[in-house]
Design a protein around this ligand. Structure first.
Ligand code: PMP
Length: 431
C-alpha cells in the first residue's frame, strides 16, 4: 500500500498539533508507525488520502453503528442545516431527542444534552455529589470516563497506551476523592464502602468495559453493585457512552436487567456529531441548574444539527431486526477468529457482546484490567499492522474495542477473517 500522502500529512500535522492528532490513541503510539489520514468514509469502509480502502472496525470509535454516511442520516442533517446551525436557545429537536431516549430507555426520567462523553460523566458525577452531599466516588481500574481531572486514575486505553497511569497536570488533591476498585470483584467495592461509610456519592462504571478492550461483567457483579448502592444511598452511574444503543437498543442496563440511577451517553446518541447526555431519576436530575443548585451549562449543548442526526440514528436503530443482524455478524467474526487462532495453535480470548468485541492473545479469560494486561501486545501489534496493510482497520491499540456496523456484510466479515489468518501466519513466521 502507498502511504506517501498520509506520511506527508502526518509530518505537517505534527508541526501544528501536538503529536499530529487531536486525540492521543489516533497517533498509533501503542502499535507503532503512522496513522493513515482518512478523507472519506462510506458504509463499512474508510478511505485514506492515498486512495487506500479499509474495512473499518473503528466506526469513529463507536458512533457509526449504521455505517458511515448513511443516506437517511445525511438527509436529516441537511434538512436541519438549512434552518441554521446553532441558536443558543431551546429548540424542538431537543424535545424530540429527549422523548426518543426516554421512550427507548426506561431508567431515563429526565435528560440533559451536552457535547461529549467527557462532559456527560463529569456532569453526572457533579449531580451525584450535589444530590448526596458527599464527595467521594468509586471507579474501576480500566474504566475510562473521559478526561476530567479526577477521573484520570487507572483510566484504561488512552493512558494505558501511553504508559502513563495518570496524567501530568492533575494536582494530587484533585484525585483524593477518587477511589479505585477492581472490576468484577464486588469485595473490592465493599472494602472501600466500609472504609468510607456514608461518604461515597457515586459508583461509576462502564457496565461492559470498552476501554481495556471489551470486558464483560459477571451478571452477579452488577446486581450486587446495585444492591450495595441501594443500601448505602450511593448514586449508581452507568457510563453507557460506548455501550448505549450499541450492545442492545436499550443499552447494557437492559441486557443485565439493572436500573442505574443515572446513565451517561455519547457516541451513537449523536450519530457522528459531537453529543453527550446524562439522565436518570428525576429526583436527582432536578438538582441541575436552573431547577437546582448544581451548575452545568454549554454554548452548543443540544445543538440542532446534532439533535437531528442523533434522532434519525435512533429511529433507524429502532427498526425491527437491527440488533439481531448485528449479532449474526458478531458471531461470524468471533467464530472465524477463534477457528483461525486454533488452527495456528495460538491462545486467543475473544470477548464480544453483540457488535462490540476485542481479542486478546492470552490463554486466560479476560475479566478485568489485570487480565487484559497479560495479553501478548507484540503479537497484537504485528497482526494489527499486517491487517491494516491488507485493508482491515482495527482500533490501533490492544486495549480498544472494535465495532461492527449494520453496513458490514458477511462477505466483509469473511474477508476480515481471511485477513486475520494471513496476518497471524506472517506474524508467527516473523517471530
Ligand atoms: N466514557 C466512555 C465509556 C468512553 O468510551 C468515552 C470515550 N471513548 C468517554 C466516556 C468520553 O467520551 P468523549 O471522548 O466523547 O469525551
Amino acid at each position: 500500500m502507498e502511504h506517501s500522502i498520509s506520511h506527508k500529512l502526518f509530518q505537517e500535522a505534527s508541526l501544528h498539533i501536538p503529536g499530529g492528532v487531536n486525540s492521543p490513541v489516533r497517533a498509533f503510539r501503542s502499535v507503532g508507525g503512522e496513522p493513515p489520514f482518512i478523507v472519506r468514509a462510506k458504509g463499512a469502509f474508510v478511505y485514506d488520502a492515498d486512495g487506500n480502502e479499509y474495512i473499518d472496525y473503528v466506526g469513529s470509535w463507536g458512533p457509526a453503528i449504521l455505517g458511515h454516511a448513511c443516506p437517511e442520516v445525511l438527509t436529516a442533517l441537511y434538512e436541519a442545516m438549512k434552518k441554521g446551525l446553532s441558536f443558543g436557545a431551546p429548540t424542538p429537536s431537543e424535545v424530540a431527542l429527549a422523548e426518543k431516549v426516554k421512550e427507548i430507555i426506561p431508567s431515563i426520567e429526565k435528560i440533559r444534552f451536552v457535547s461529549s462523553g467527557t462532559e456527560a460523566t463529569m456532569s453526572a458525577i457533579r449531580v451525584a455529589r450535589g444530590f448526596t452531599k458527599r464527595d467521594k466516588i468509586i471507579k474501576f481500574d480500566g474504566c475510562y470516563h473521559g478526561h476530567a481531572d479526577y477521573l484520570l486514575v487507572k483510566a484504561g486505553s488512552g493512558a494505558q497506551t501511553l504508559g502513563v497511569p495518570d496524567s501530568a497536570g492533575v494536582p494530587a488533591s484533585f484525585t483524593e476523592h477518587t477511589l479505585v476498585a477492581i472490576y468484577n470483584d464486588i469485595e473490592s467495592v465493599k472494602e472501600i464502602v466500609q472504609k468510607f461509610p456514608k461518604q461515597i456519592a457515586s459508583v461509576i462504571l462502564e457496565p461492559v468495559i470498552g476501554n481495556m478492550g471489551c470486558i464483560l461483567p459477571q451478571a452477579s457483579f452488577l446486581k450486587e453493585l446495585r444492591r450495595l448502592c441501594d443500601e448505602e444511598g450511593i448514586v449508581l452511574i452507568f457510563d453507557e457512552v460506548m455501550t448505549g444503543f450499541r450492545v442492545a437498543l436499550k443499552g447494557a442496563q437492559s441486557l443485565y436487567d439493572i436500573v442505574p440511577d443515572l446513565t451517561c451517553f455519547g457516541k451513537i446518541i449523536g450519530g457522528g456529531l459531537p453529543v453527550g447526555a446524562y439522565g436518570g431519576r428525576a429526583e436527582i436530575m432536578d438538582c441541575v441548574a436552573p431547577l437546582g443548585p448544581v451548575y452545568q451549562a454549554g454554548t452548543l449543548s443540544g445543538n440542532p444539527l446534532a439533535m437531528a442526526v442523533g434522532l434519525k440514528t435512533l429511529e433507524l436503530l429502532q427498526k425491527k431486526g437491527q440488533y439481531e443482524a448485528l449479532e449474526v455478524k458478531g458471531q461470524a467474526l468471533e467464530r472465524g477468529f477463534k477457528a483461525v487462532a486454533e488452527q495456528h495453535g495460538v491462545a486467543l480470548t475473544f470477548n464480544r457482546i453483540g457488535s462490540m468485541f476485542s481479542f486478546f492473545f492470552t490463554d486466560r479469560p479476560v475479566r478485568n484490567a489485570d487480565d487484559a494486561r497479560t495479553a501478548n501486545k507484540e503479537l497484537f501489534n504485528s497482526v494489527f499492522h499486517k491487517m491494516l496493510e491488507k485493508g482491515v482497520y482495527l482500533a490501533p491499540s490492544s486495549f480498544e474495542a472494535g465495532f461492527i456496523s449494520l453496513s458490514h456484510t458477511l462477505d466483509d466479515i469473511q474477508k476480515t477473517i481471511r485477513t486475520f489468518d494471513e496476518a497471524l501466519k506472517e506474524s508467527l513466521i516473523k517471530n
